[in-house]
Write a new protein. Structure first.
Length: 106
């Protein structure tokens, strides 16, 4: 089994962190929405502020992940641009492999 490079490990860590933060945001938003049904006035305003703050945190988190993943995206684009035939060959090989595996299922 191939070992992960440092870039792949960092990429996986970024993805895991983003998904866990988004999952936590969804859970908190669901709790706030359930508790907001009976709130009116000042309590309702406080709840809306909390939801707004959580959404801002989620947007900041997504922006952070996007910024940290830019170097990996750029490296991939450079490799593809510098090695177009290798990229085509790898893509064709993966497509063939997927086709063979899916063909066995039928």
């Amino acid at each position: 089994m191939a070992r992960k490079t440092a870039a792949q490990a960092a990429d996986d860590q970024i993805k895991d962190q983003a998904f866990s933060e988004l999952q936590a945001l969804i859970e908190e938003s669901e709790k706030l929405l359930k508790s907001s049904a009976s709130l009116v006035g000042e309590e309702g305003e406080n709840l809306r502020q909390q939801v707004g703050m959580k959404l801002k945190q989620a947007l900041d988190s997504v922006s952070s992940v996007r910024e940290r993943s830019k170097p990996m995206v750029q490296a991939t684009e450079q490799y593809i641009g510098g090695h177009p035939w290798q990229t085509v060959a790898i893509s064709a090989g993966l497509g063939l492999l997927a086709g063979l595996l899916l063909g066995r299922r039928s």
